[in-house]
Design a protein around this ligand. Structure first.
Ligand SMILES: [Zn+2]
Length: 274
């Protein structure tokens, strides 16, 4: 599932291909991926819309239009955005096609169809996407040990669940929570109420580092994720915990384990993650 580094990479790869282009038409092969407004209105509003800057919030991609409207996309499990020449064959599961004024198309495809698209009018309050309930960005200046402990240490949850909570930190998912906990040498089952100040400090330091490394490698592809030009991410060989069950820990040599924690498959070292 695309997390912060993958959505950031989609944004970075699409930006030079989309900024300044005009959407001439928006065609819908399926309407159920359009969450707001009604599908017919969604397409009409995008006719002749000129694309401004792209931005990201958590795992949401935001395509800002010059008229002040915002096209917001969440890729969820298997959603993809691909910018491609219009004459290139359309892959199965392509649900939305934005035709551009230079002969290219921006195509949204999604095999499992959990992905969502919204269009908000200029100045319209966002009550539909969930962005207004997101917590801090990991690259925010105020993301630090105090922020983490004040939001998580009073709850009776394990740290894995706490770091996955989008209302606390925006953008982390299963891969980067496991990688961050490994980097911080903290066990995913550790209760947030029992973490000490040094551990919060370490987490606040390693989370942005883990994310930056993945962004530098254009994200992690282990199944579906591709960037805006159709290329796979190159971060998989750099992962230290995720999907390394049974392999030796790169820190202590013990065999890494997998267990279901907070409802998710979690990968960790049973020896050096405390
Ligand atoms: Zn270890």
């Amino acid at each position: 599932m695309p997390e912060l580094p993958e959505v950031e990479t989609v944004k970075n790869t699409l930006s030079p291909l989309l900024i300044g282009r005009t959407i001439t038409t928006c065609r819908l092969n399926r309407t159920d991926v359009i969450k707001y407004p009604a599908a017919e209105q969604f397409s009409l509003l995008l006719n002749d819309a000129r694309i401004g800057l792209l931005s990201r919030r958590g795992k949401y991609l935001i395509i800002n239009l010059d008229n002040g409207d915002r096209l917001i996309i969440h890729l969820r499990m298997t959603g993809r955005l691909l910018c491609t020449p219009a004459d290139k064959e359309q892959k199965i599961h392509t649900h939305v096609i934005f035709a551009l004024d230079n002969g290219n198309e921006l195509r949204f495809s999604d095999t499992r169809r959990f992905g969502c698209l919204w269009l908000l009018k200029k100045g319209e309050e966002d009550t539909v996407t969930g962005i207004n309930r997101l917590g801090i960005e990991p690259f925010d200046d105020n993301f630090n040990a105090d922020y983490l402990s004040s939001h998580l240490s009073k709850r009776r949850i394990c740290i894995k669940q706490g770091l996955l909570d989008q209302s606390v930190i925006a953008g982390l998912g299963n891969i980067y929570v496991d990688e961050s906990l490994f980097a911080a040498a903290i066990a995913p089952q550790h209760l947030t109420s029992e973490l000490n100040q040094q551990q919060w400090q370490t987490l606040a330091e390693v989370i942005p580092q883990v994310l930056m490394q993945s962004i530098a490698n254009n994200g992690t592809t282990f199944s579906d994720y591709l960037d805006g030009e159709g290329n796979a991410g190159k971060n998989m060989p750099f992962l230290q915990a995720y999907r390394r069950e049974g392999l030796p820990c790169l820190r202590c040599g013990a065999s890494l384990q997998r267990a279901k924690i907070a409802g998710r498959s979690s990968y960790f070292c049973p020896v050096c993650q405390k």
